[in-house]
Design a protein around this ligand. Structure first.
Ligand code: ADP
Length: 572
């Protein structure tokens, strides 16, 4: 007969989905539309879960945090032009926090470049400041290499954001199925080893590090989210417990070793960093969060031993000793070296005793403040109630998402982290508006854990509509909004700064007083609570922590309780 079997062909959409699946991608975040809707559908058909958001900004924050929590790049899919631009929020956040993430954006027809095509933008140029690596798949045959490259680059060395540009004509272009398989195999076989290999740790540097620690009078171990990312918790515990050296986590390092550990210097932070003579800093940058490692916060004679995957980071800080390597590998090697000739400060060592007694005093002072039931709520009273409710849950501890000025500041000192990678906050960039995206990422990364967000009403408002996403996927997320009616606090119209014809407008810092944020989630079938007293808050927490359903608890805070810029007034 005349009938011929048509060749089995697939299009660019399917080929990208196949490559993502082959690279081990399990989840994707994004907003669909022209030209990437089919790409999302094909990914789902291949077993990848696609979490669909209202706004690329929030989806991008989710992808970045998912990369941090899982150690696999979080994938963000967006449409062209404006979709890509909104996605830059997530990409830049990943870059600054050193989290692996891949932005994949559709782009306009290659043949129409420069003529004002639908959503046309030079996206490769737009992503440049925020990506370690970017590439445009100019032809369907190039897709496999491009996909594996963006993934490998996101993970290589210091993790970060990468970008894949897929023109709409390439998404439609077809290739024979057998040819596609061949292209995938070839691309897999030519993955670049230099991207995948870990740096080797040099013995002489380990030797020097151990020597410095051994001779130190007042040693301190500082660790950050790079150590958390490296899964260095067991190696850290062994090192801390065998040497008796006190430790200090950065905000997101909290939980790697429990805040309740007897060698935790968190509550004696100023003393620890002000007086230590040797600081082993692991997976944490000596940036603003650590006062650049300089006086007056640090002693001018402190000897830093920096452990970082990034050689550039070590060169930038120019420490007494720098060790380029993976935090877990380096700590294990240090521990092994010490084991051959052990030393331990012991409980009665003056340095250890001074830190412990300072921490005890500071905790006692804070507990006095926390013990009071202040109504209308200040920040302390509800934070104590939340802390106790979280601690009562035991293990697995919930993942805590924290943002806002005062809410995050107070939360950082009051809330207790007992398990690794259970805290996500505004991070290196102080990014506000990350909360809902981080909640969704956390729920996707750790399905066995409850997710609890404690955020200001301002932080919540950036992406409040994503509560619908929580309900749609029925995620076990409880969002607690500290509602003081504005940024830093409620209406400050009386501020001397505000004069002129619009002085009677609501102040730039203020929102509608008494906003009913809890009803927002109810609009979609979630559960909302309004809590203005300790009893109301306790019962809302106890119900929602056991229900594990999408919930918003709107906590009424005194509009005058917050300080402008939280604890960062001096940066104003
Ligand atoms: P924090 O905010 O907790 O202080 P930073 O984000 O400033 O932490 O620093 C994290 C550091 O960890 C970065 O400099 C990054 O290069 C580094 N890092 C990332 N992955 C690893 C790893 N596997 N081993 C060691 N260091 C790492």
């Amino acid at each position: 007969s005349e009938h011929k079997t048509p060749l089995q062909t697939i299009d660019g959409n399917t080929l990208i989905a196949m490559c993502l699946s082959r690279a081990g991608v399990e989840k994707m975040f994004g907003v669909v539309g022209i030209p990437v809707t089919s790409l999302a559908n094909r990914a789902v058909a291949l077993g990848i879960r696609f979490i669909s958001f209202h706004n690329e900004q929030s989806a991008g924050y989710a992808a970045s945090a998912y990369g941090y929590l899982t150690r696999r790049p979080g994938i963000l899919l967006t449409v062209s032009g404006p979709g890509c631009v909104h996605g830059l929020a997530g990409l830049s956040n990943a870059a600054v926090n050193a989290w692996p993430m891949v932005l994949i954006s559709g782009s306009s027809e290659q043949g129409l470049t420069g003529r004002g095509d639908f959503q046309e933008l030079d996206q490769i140029a737009a992503v440049k400041p925020f990506s370690k690596f970017s590439v445009k798949a100019t032809d369907v045959s190039k897709i496999p290499t491009c996909v594996f490259d963006v993934i490998d680059w996101a993970l290589a060395g210091r993790p970060g954001g990468t970008y894949l540009d897929v023109p709409s004509d390439v998404l439609r272009q077809r290739v024979e199925e057998s040819e596609a398989e061949k292209l995938i195999t070839e691309a897999l076989n030519s993955r670049k080893n230099e991207l995948i290999e870990k740096p080797r740790v040099s013995n002489s540097e380990i030797h020097k590090a151990v020597d410095l620690l051994r001779k130190a009078q007042r040693p301190l171990i500082v660790f950050g989210k790079g150590a958390a990312y490296a899964r260095a918790e067991n190696a850290l515990r062994k090192l801390v417990e065998s040497t008796g050296i006190p430790f200090l986590p950065t905000p997101m390092g909290k939980g790697l070793l429990s805040d309740t550990h007897e060698l935790a210097a968190t509550a004696a932070r100023s003393l620890a960093i002000g007086k230590c003579d040797v600081a082993l800093v692991v997976g944490a940058r000596l940036n603003w969060l650590l006062h650049f490692g300089e006086p007056p916060k640090w002693s001018k004679d402190v000897k830093f031993i920096l452990v970082d995957i990034s050689k550039e980071e070590i060169e930038l800080r120019n420490p007494c000793l720098g060790i380029v390597g993976d935090a877990k590998d380096v700590l294990e090697t240090i521990h092994k070296e010490i084991k051959d000739d052990p030393f331990c400060l012991g409980k009665t060592h003056p340095w250890v005793e001074s830190i412990k007694s300072k921490a005890k005093d500071n905790v006692a002072k804070m507990e006095v403040q926390l013990a009071k039931d202040v109504v209308p709520f200040n920040f302390m009273t509800p934070m104590r109630i939340i802390r106790d409710a979280i601690l009562e849950m035991g293990s697995p501890a919930p993942i805590l998402v924290s943002e806002g000025a005062n809410t995050m500041d107070v939360g950082r000192s009051v809330l207790v982290q007992t398990e690794p990678r259970t805290r996500l906050d505004a991070g290196t960039w102080g990014t506000m508006g990350v909360g809902l995206g981080y909640c969704i990422a956390a729920a996707m990364a750790s399905p066995d854990r409850l997710v609890v967000a404690v955020e200001g009403d301002s932080g919540f408002g950036f992406s409040g509509m994503e509560v619908e996403t929580l309900v749609r996927y029925q995620l076990p997320v409880v969002v607690i909004v500290f509602n003081n009616g504005g940024v830093y606090g409620g209406d400050r119209r009386n501020s001397e700064e505000i004069t002129g014809p619009y002085k009677d407008d609501p102040a730039p810092t203020s929102f509608v007083p008494g906003a009913a944020y809890h009803t927002l989630v109810e609009a979609f079938g979630g559960k909302g609570y309004l809590a203005g007293t300790p009893d109301e808050l306790k019962s809302a927490l106890s119900e929602s922590f056991s229900a594990r359903k999408p919930t918003v608890i709107n906590v009424t805070i005194d509009p005058y309780a917050g300080a402008e810029s939280g604890r960062l007034q001096h940066k104003n």
